[in-house]
Design a protein around this ligand. Structure first.
Ligand code: ADP
Length: 587
């Protein structure tokens, strides 16, 4: 393995400065151009021709041997058959040639790929529900024939970009061509080559040739592709760079935190930083964790509503809880079942399991526990039909009242009293203006808009930036950003009491993207990297309180900018660069 890796590293794809545009497709005539047909039909025609001609000739020769006719005496039909077999053999050799031989020699047992692919696919299915429209790998996998389309597929016209000259070894060139022609599935490159970086480089080059589009701005080097294999991203071709800014120090529960925020929105970090300053000058914020439990809700169906109700009563009976918890908790040494909340729709039952998951965000852990319980219930309720392990009553990555009311992940409240003086000098507004704006915008305005958990100014801005920096699942910003911001004048109207209440902060410090180098560095900066050694779950709980603290700072600052009428001015300063955009683009 090691020696193989060294060899392949040495031969990996290298990029050079562009000297001249290179043609993206080979102009020379190929064997497959013999007929004006799709590639697979051309191959089928020549295969059929070859085997029919050979079969015919063998039959004729057998008859000649039987009738003692000399073999060199040939009829017109035999001449045609000989010519057809030679021509089709030349075509097949030209098309498959050495690629075919190599693929036979190098391809490992089909079972190995199948089992590996299955494992990855299962994990992806559990993690990213509803996220995918086409099967994994189909986009680049030219060997797969897609399902009959319901509407005609319009292929975008290829506009060939100017491409950097890419120098590839002969060996890599063969593989790139094999991916482009569909002989090697793109998704199998990592397992076939045993070198993730080389696989990404080859896939990227094949993609450029297939699409005619340059990826020269998307970096390939400087990333550990092994670290994402089977866990974070399939079929990588590079990585997107997002700048990370620091807001803080955020003084929270007596400790200072420098909060990493990955964003491309100008003003956001500066604004959160100003909020942190106001909180610090006022003695800091206090944050309290109210509950900690990840949820998963399968949907099961019965023949009658009565039977669905039977299971509901069984699950909600405190006498059964202990048995169910033992079965559930077998999924992990950290999983602890907290409760099951049921909802009935006719003869369908939704079982919302809630579970402590230690320092993991916990979706995998809770799903495994739920599966254990469903298997267990099947013996007492054999007529129970499990329709899906996730029935959307969970509810993951969709706005839903159940998360807003019941909570999901960590529920946190965070507060601070901002001194009147700081409101005036740092936030450049007044306590009365802030209280009035909060009532009319975050409470009344959101009620008028029919908001669900959106009683805030921009919680999702801060949540998403911190999630990206620390390796959280960014799609969970949907419910993680549920937040109600309250503002009240206190101390005889001199100071401002501000709070954010966030019932569904879904964070972890182990698993998923948290183990990647950059994200792990940001977790380290906050002192919450990995699993807590003292008390499992302490790191992820602390991270949730920091998220709420940063949201508090963000709310204070944006609301102040709005109250003071500064929003547009500051965005013009930080969000609209004075650079000449057309020059920047051409450079
Ligand atoms: P998630 O459930 O968030 O999708 P994983 O399935 O990757 O995350 O689960 C986390 C993994 O990390 C589990 O295998 C678990 O045993 C392990 N682990 C190690 N330490 C901890 C901890 N302190 N809390 C939670 N999980 C931990």
């Amino acid at each position: 393995m090691e020696s193989h890796r060294r060899r392949s590293n040495a031969s990996s794809v290298r990029s050079h400065k562009p000297t001249r545009p290179i043609p993206l497709e080979d102009d020379s005539t190929k064997a497959s151009d013999a007929l004006p047909l799709p590639l697979y039909l051309t191959n089928a025609v020549f295969f059929t021709l070859f085997f029919s001609a050979v079969y015919f000739l063998l039959n004729r020769w057998r008859e000649k041997i039987r009738s003692s006719t000399p073999l060199h005496v040939v009829t017109f039909s035999e001449i045609v058959a000989i010519l057809a077999s030679v021509a089709s053999f030349i075509y097949l050799l030209g098309f498959f040639g050495i690629d075919f031989v190599q693929s036979l020699v190098l391809r490992p047992s089909a079972d190995v790929w199948a089992s590996e692919d299955d494992e990855v696919e299962n994990e992806v299915l559990l993690r990213n529900e509803d996220a995918r429209k086409v099967p994994c790998g189909q986009a680049l996998d030219r060997s797969l024939r897609s399902l009959p389309p319901s509407a005609p597929i319009v292929t975008a016209e290829k506009v060939y970009d100017e491409m950097p000259v890419t120098v590839v070894t002969e060996e890599d060139e063969e593989i790139i061509r094999s991916v482009v022609t569909g002989i090697t599935p793109s998704y199998s490159l990592e397992s076939k080559l045993g070198d993730c970086k080389r696989a990404a480089a080859i896939r990227r080059e094949a993609l450029q040739r297939l699409t005619g589009k340059s990826l020269s701005g998307l970096p390939l080097d400087g990333f550990d592709y092994e670290s994402i294999l089977g866990q974070c991203c399939e079929m990588p071709v590079g990585y997107v760079q997002i700048p990370v800014g620091i807001a803080g120090p955020l003084l929270l529960n007596g400790r200072e935190y420098s909060v990493p925020m990955a964003t491309t929105e100008g003003c956001l970090v500066a604004s959160t930083n100003r909020g942190c300053k106001a909180i610090h000058l006022s003695g800091g914020a206090t944050s309290v964790l109210l509950r900690d439990g990840m949820t998963r809700a399968p949907v099961v169906r019965f023949g009658t509503a009565k039977r669905a109700a039977d299971l509901k009563f069984y699950l909600e009976d405190p006498e059964n809880f202990e048995t169910l918890a033992i079965v559930f908790n077998r999924s992990s040494r950290f999983a602890r079942l907290q409760g099951i909340k049921c909802a009935i729709a006719g003869k369908n039952l939704y079982l919302r399991f809630s579970c402590f998951t230690g320092d993991a965000m916990g979706m995998n852990m809770v799903s495994k526990g739920v599966q254990n319980v469903l298997d267990f219930l099947q013996s007492d309720f054999p007529d129970m039909d499990v329709i899906g392990i996730s029935g959307n009553f969970c509810s993951d990555k969709k706005p839903a009242a159940v998360n807003w009311i019941e909570g999901r992940g960590k529920s946190v409240v965070c507060e601070a009293i901002i001194k009147g003086d700081t409101v005036r000098k740092v936030l450049k507004t007044s306590v009365e203006s802030l209280v009035e704006l909060n009532m009319l915008k975050n409470l009344t305005g959101s009620a008028m808009a029919g908001a669900l958990g959106g009683f805030n100014a921009h919680a999702s801005n801060i949540v998403t930036a911190v999630y990206l920096a620390t390796g959280q699942d960014p799609a969970q910003n949907v419910e993680s950003s549920h937040c109600i911001t309250m503002m009240e004048a206190v101390n005889d109207g001199k100071d401002l009491h501000v709070s954010v209440t966030m019932p569904s902060i879904e964070v972890g410090t182990v698993g998923g993207g948290t183990q990647l180098a950059s994200q792990s560095a940001c977790l380290n900066l906050l002192g919450v990297k990995g699993a807590s050694k003292e008390s499992p779950g302490a790191n992820s709980r602390l991270l949730a309180t920091i998220v709420a603290g940063a949201v508090l700072a963000g709310e204070l600052s944006l609301m102040s900018a709005l109250a003071a009428g500064q929003l547009v001015k500051s965005h013009m300063k930080y969000n609209r660069s004075s650079k000449d955009v057309s020059k920047a683009a051409s450079a």
